[in-house]
Design a protein around this ligand. Sequence first.
Ligand SMILES: [Zn+2]
Length: 303
Amino acid sequence: MKLKVTLLIIFTVVALLYYVLPHPSLPTSSTITMFQKGMKNAEVLNLQHELSTLKCFEGTFTGIYDTNTVDAVKNFQTQNKLPIDGVVDIHTFNLIADKIITLKKVVVMIDPGHGGADGGTVSGNAIEKEITLGISLKLKKLVEALGYNAQMTRETDISLTSLTQPNGISTWETRDLKARASIINKSKARVFLSIHVNSFPEATAINGASLYYSDVYPQSKGLAKAIQTSLNNITSEGFVRQARESSKVGFLLLRRATVPGVLIETGFLSNQQERDLLMTEAFRDKTAKAILDGLLASKILEN
Ligand SMILES: [Zn+2]
């Protein structure tokens, strides 16, 4: 009995001493530093790009963990309720990676209308298939810069007709549209944007962008409205654009697509001023940016 009491006392004293006295502890995962001020390497450069994608970094991409980078990390930590120290520990590192992966899972499918033998509408050297591809490539870059996964139904001057087997009934145009719908549907995109250019030679004064949607997906209507508003607001010196309204239609592509989407007529080639603007890089840039702004305003890419 006496031995047991002695052992109990010794155990209690040792336990108390361990608890009271300072003792070395192993580093926990949260204390492992991945990046900190002063570092310079390719991974820091990558970190800066990722923080920029997450809208936390402002400044020049130097590859040096400088004051801008510390501020960016602090921004990220503030937004995500992490301890704010401007140092990338394993928790901050993993959360940045998670956020980037989440963005990349959101597919935006861009569909440049027409292509190859199908030029679409034409006015002199202005050809719809070329304008739609030009705007689409710009839009793709803008979408990618935000971290989303931008894909296109075509990236070169090709028709998609040959991707659908002829069945004796479908015209080459229908086969082309079915192929586009198939690409869109296989991509499981969050949204698709089909880019076109309009023409109405009977009334050459008509100009402006027109958005079309179907009621298959309720989100398409809000998306059309948001992009319509954004495109209506494009300003160009000496040219006042007609503000138009989005419309519900039963176009084949809109009906066959199994994801929400819209068809965007970016302007009229039959209107001389708009035709000339559509042939400039500046107006195509403005158009792509306006489509992106509308897309973001619709909030369809969130959640
Ligand atoms: Zn078209």
